[in-house]
Design a binder for this molecule. Structure first.
Ligand code: NDP
Length: 672
């Protein structure tokens, strides 16, 4: 195959770099797959283009519109993913490995587009938390909001997941309304370039929303400002170099780092060779060593077992590893492909030699070439470290390949302390059926690990396993792992936004957020709100109902009708002895039901369904003979489909004295 000349995508132009092109080799046979360079790019102009063209265009869209962009991009990638799979073999990946990278990446876009539309408002601003009362009279309040950063996100990615690595950063970035400049690792940049081409050909992104650098970043860092974010995945060494760049320090540029990690997996003290958790642990360690030939930031590097099970675990693990078919990833019988490059294999062999200083190699020959000399093939290598507290390399050195070290621990506390010796990791897994041990691990090790997966016989069938970062859950870890955090659902979007505390009157804050806040002006309903369509309901439109008395008969009737004959409603003496009530009171649900009876308009109309309540509080008991009245106010609106929208109503139920007895948000689906 003729090598591809990779192109950069800068300021809406595909351009090849000038000068000497670096050669990128196939992991399978060493042939040149592509040539690449970014020389000649005007990096300052790329940043300017992102800030001046891409950023305002993305910020003009609402979260829902941006989510629809992600959907269109995911659809485009899905339609052309076969071409990506074909290229991916050159990285050494088997079809199953590529599935994690390509379908996993597209799946991340799918999750973010869904979450964006369900969990974010159809607005350009995101409210964080509740209103804070800052004054006695309520005329001065506080509220936190997120707005999009106005710069560019620079994504610097590792070689191992050329598609997923890009998409997992791109999904939250675009959803946040921020343009991206993607710089993939050179070794596998041809696959990233192909995925970028597919996304751009979909023709849905505004100009400047996505640019690509296939080569070095030149003087890009010199031009960063406090509105830009660098999101980096790679080695600790490069992370340290980049985050101490003078411009990053001087300008206070956000820097998110995902780097090396000595992830641990612990077989719980409750396990025996016969317990299901023992088998699950062995399978998972073997899987984590061989999937992607162990080139996963989340792979298990340290496998810890109760001291008495060390021999059993070694026997079971070596028996399993022996069955691994290593070979050309294009061959369907192959279970483990090649490392990404000869230089990566060289690096892994050097790291194994360091690990072998305080551990014995009990499986695999790191110096053999199991398939051919030209490809970057390496057998899985299992080490056994008898005295993990005396060892240093096992807890410090990450061999980024099919390599893991088995080690014994004395008891649960010892296992936790050993796991924490990695000085911060992306993920730890624990194979235990003992919930008390799981709690001890969480309290003892939580602060050192970005994610902890507990796996046992109950969850095994549906568990996503030790190594898979899920878009819903955070990916990142403290200390050695870089201290960064990505994904985690909507949390990941906020890394590309600025949180600002707003202070002002309810009127001003309501106008800024397009959300009614108590104390803001209302519009007294002329027509009943249930007679108005979604688009015809202004924020602050308010219906105040007449009052309705709640009698003892009502309470008794409700109690017998529903079966809720709790003493506080039915037994005068017992209710009088209750320190909160001092006598019989109406059921909270009766108040809710009567409130609905007061505010609904019965005839068919634009309100299609009531589908829930949020933030319900019963604030003050209502005694027989007291009356309730309701204020129903349009609080917020979100169009969910072209012809339907969710209306959030602020509902306040008060007594005759005007004191609040209940408050909640009511959600209805209304015809648009
Ligand atoms: P590197 O740190 O060498 O490279 C990571 C990225 O940084 C690449 O895109 C690389 O580009 C780029 N880069 C390197 N130097 C500079 C620089 N001076 N300025 C700008 N960009 C630069 O790591 P590898 O890609 O070799 O990955 C290997 C290591 O990364 C593994 O050993 C592992 O520890 C870690 N890793 C961590 C992951 C995580 O999620 N925590 C995931 C994957 C890997 P180029 O390729 O062009 O040099």
């Amino acid at each position: 195959m003729k090598p591809i000349i990779l192109q950069n995508y800068a300021e809406c132009q595909w351009v090849a770099g000038v000068g000497g092109l670096a050669e990128l080799h196939s992991a399978i046979d060493g042939e040149v797959v592509a040539r690449t360079s970014s020389q000649g790019l005007d990096f300052a102009a790329m940043l300017r283009f992102a800030r001046e063209k891409g950023a305002p265009a993305l910020r003009a869209l609402t979260f829902h519109q941006r989510a629809l962009l992600l959907k269109a991009l995911a659809d485009a990638l899905t339609a052309k993913k076969d071409a990506l799979y074909a290229l991916s073999y050159n990285t050494g990946a088997t079809k199953a490995d590529s599935w994690i990278d390509i379908d996993g990446g597209i799946g991340t876009f799918a999750v973010y587009q869904g979450k964006g539309r369900r969990e974010l408002p159809n607005q350009r601003l995101l409210i964080d938390g509740d209103v804070e009362a800052l004054s006695r009279g309520g005329t001065f309040q506080g509220l936190h909001v997120y707005t999009s950063l106005q710069g560019a996100a620079v994504h610097i990615n590792a070689f191992n997941f050329p598609v997923w690595g890009m998409l997992e950063k791109l999904a939250p970035t675009l959803l946040a309304g921020v343009p991206a400049i993607v710089k993939p690792a050179s070794a596998t940049a041809y696959l990233t370039e192909a995925a970028v081409r597919i996304m751009l050909e979909a023709n849905v992104l505004p100009p400047g929303a996505l640019q690509l650098i296939v080569g070095s970043t030149g003087d890009l860092f010199e031009h960063l400002t406090c509105q830009d974010v660098v999101s980096f995945t790679g080695s600790a060494q490069t992370a340290t170099t980049l985050k101490s760049h003078p411009t990053i320090l001087r300008e206070g540029v956000r820097f998110v780092a995902e780097q090396d990690s000595l992830n641990a997996s612990v077989l719980g003290p409750d396990a025996t060779p016969e317990s299901p958790e023992f088998d699950l642990f062995i399978k998972e360690v073997a899987k984590e060593m061989t999937v992607k030939a162990g080139q996963k930031c989340t792979a298990i590097r340290r496998a810890m077992v109760p001291a008495g099970l060390l021999d059993d675990a070694q026997d079971a693990l070596t028996a399993r590893l022996r069955k691994t078919t290593i070979g050309d990833p294009r061959d369907e019988a192959t279970r483990m492909g090649a490392l990404v490059s000869q230089s990566q294999r060289h690096d892994v062999r050097a790291k194994i030699a360091m690990l072998a200083k305080d551990a014995a190699i009990v499986f695999g020959d790191p110096d053999a070439s199991p398939v051919n000399e030209k490809g970057a093939f390496l057998s899985p290598v299992l080490l056994r470290c008898e005295r993990p507290w005396e060892a240093k390399a096992a807890h410090d050195i990450e061999a980024f390949g099919p390599v893991s070290t088995l080690m014994p621990y004395k008891n649960g506390d010892d296992a936790i302390a050993l796991a924490n010796r990695g000085k911060g990791s992306l993920v730890m897994s624990v194979f235990t059926h003992d919930a008390a041990f799981a709690e001890a691990v969480t309290l003892g090790a939580g602060a050192f690990h970005g994610r902890i997966a507990f796996i046992d016989r109950e969850s095994e069938k549906e568990s996503t396993g030790h190594g898979s970062p899920m878009p819903h859950m955070i990916h990142g870890g403290p200390g050695r792992a870089g201290g960064g955090e990505e994904l985690g659902g909507i949390r990941g979007v906020k890394h590309y936004m600025q949180r600002t505390a707003l202070q002002g009157s309810p009127r001003v804050l309501s106008a800024i957020t397009h959300r009614y806040m108590a104390g803001a002006p209302t519009e007294a309903a002329q027509a009943h709100p249930f007679r108005r369509t979604f688009h015809d309901l202004p924020i602050g439109y308010q219906l105040t109902t007449k009052a309705r008395e709640i009698t003892l008969d009502d309470i008794e009737h409700f109690a017998h009708f529903t079966g809720d004959t709790f003493y506080a409603h039915m037994d005068e003496a017992a209710a009088a002895a209750n320190p909160l009530f001092g006598g019989r009171v109406a059921h909270g649900y009766l108040i809710l039901a009567f409130a609905a009876g007061l505010f609904v308009d019965p005839d068919p109309g634009p309100v299609l369904a009531n589908y829930g309540l949020d933030n319900l509080r019963f604030v003050k008991p209502v005694k027989p003979g007291e009356a309730i009245q309701v204020a129903l106010t349009v609080k917020d609106k979100t169009l969910r489909k072209p012809d339907q929208g969710e209306v959030r109503w602020d509902v306040r139920v008060t007594n005759r004295e005007g004191e609040m007895v209940a408050a909640y948000d009511l959600l209805t689906m209304n015809a648009a």
